[in-house]
Design a protein around this ligand. Structure first.
Ligand SMILES: [Zn+2]
Ligand SMILES: [Zn+2]
Length: 299
């Protein structure tokens, strides 16, 4: 890797010079471990948007830059990437979880405006439901559950119980750092628990407060759909997952895909904190506020 490229990448992450971290070497010492000093293997993550109004996450190493979902306009995604020192024209791939517009609104425009062919990864079923208009992207469709590589990242997909054609969540692993995106699902089957093991940063859905949904403005049929096993995860179910199943290694937990009508960030925060307190973990809790991009997380 050219040294100046690496340093430019680090500057975009942080004004500090290249940093070193101490990591717990659990693999070498399963009963207690030892700390070792080594060069920081940087993975940079920014949740550009996470709510019922739009979803997109940027995940990068110094060589590979990907988006998971593009549920904002191209212009807005470009603006939010520029805000963290990134250029939308330098994306290496887009991963799509499912066809709902809050995950796909900007994807065709991003592909169309790119002067190089950005591959778009999505399941066979989802691929049939994307309107590409005049652009003809390099579609890399796959069977839900498949794993593959994109540059520095080992990507695994897992099926989600959600009312879309063929929806998936993703884990992306580079240099031993695992980032997991799990939103848009009505309950937590064992297969999802297994896929989320070993995660360092987890974006987990905490969509609605059950009582706010019950008394809220949606028609009853929509309320039933949201609450169903193929709907969205409530604060209560997300808290149950944190209490019982959250991997002890998760250092950052981002609760997101918050409904703007049936939830409030402070309800999400208090339910998440209460659940985490029961575990006595050192996990940092972040609530993805609708309409606001997250801080940049670095590993
Ligand atoms: Zn959806
Ligand atoms: Zn969604």
């Amino acid at each position: 890797m050219p040294r100046n490229n690496f340093e430019e990448f680090v500057r975009n992450v942080s004004p500090e010079p290249i940093r070193y971290i101490q990591r717990h070497n659990r693999a070498a010492h399963p009963r207690g471990g030892r700390t070792e000093k080594r060069r920081l293997p940087i993975v940079k993550i920014c949740i550009l948007a996470s709510s019922s109004a739009g979803n997109s996450a940027f995940i990068a190493t110094d060589k590979t830059r990907v988006l998971v979902d593009a549920g904002l306009s191209r212009r807005e995604i470009a603006k939010r990437l520029a805000g963290i020192g990134e250029d939308i024209r330098r994306l290496d791939a887009i991963l799509i979880t499912h066809e709902h517009s809050d995950h796909t609104t900007g994807v065709a425009a991003i592909v169309k405006a790119s002067n190089r062919s950005i591959p778009v990864y999505l399941t066979h079923g989802t691929a049939r439901f994307i309107e590409w208009g005049e652009c003809s992207p390099a579609v890399e469709s796959f069977q839900a559950g498949c794993s593959f590589s994109i540059g520095d990242f080992d990507v695994a997909s897992f099926t989600l119980p959600h009312d879309a054609e063929d929806p998936v969540g993703y884990t992306l692993t580079a240099q031993g750092i695992k980032v997991s995106i799990a939103t848009d699902f009505g309950y937590v089957p064992d297969s999802i628990r297994v896929h989320l093991r070993g995660t360092d940063l987890l974006l987990l859905e905490s969509n609605h407060d059950l009582e706010m949904l019950r008394v809220g403005p949606y028609p009853w049929s929509v309320k039933q759909r949201v609450m169903s096993r193929r709907g969205h995860l409530s604060n209560e179910v997300a808290a149950g997952f944190i209490e019982n199943d959250l991997d002890t290694g998760v250092s950052t937990l981002v609760l997101g895909h918050i409904s703007e009508h049936n939830n409030h960030p402070e309800l999400v925060r208090s339910a998440g904190l209460k659940a985490l307190n029961g575990r006595a973990l050192f996990t940092k809790l972040v609530v993805a506020e609708p309409g606001v991009q997250s801080e940049v997380f670095c590993y």
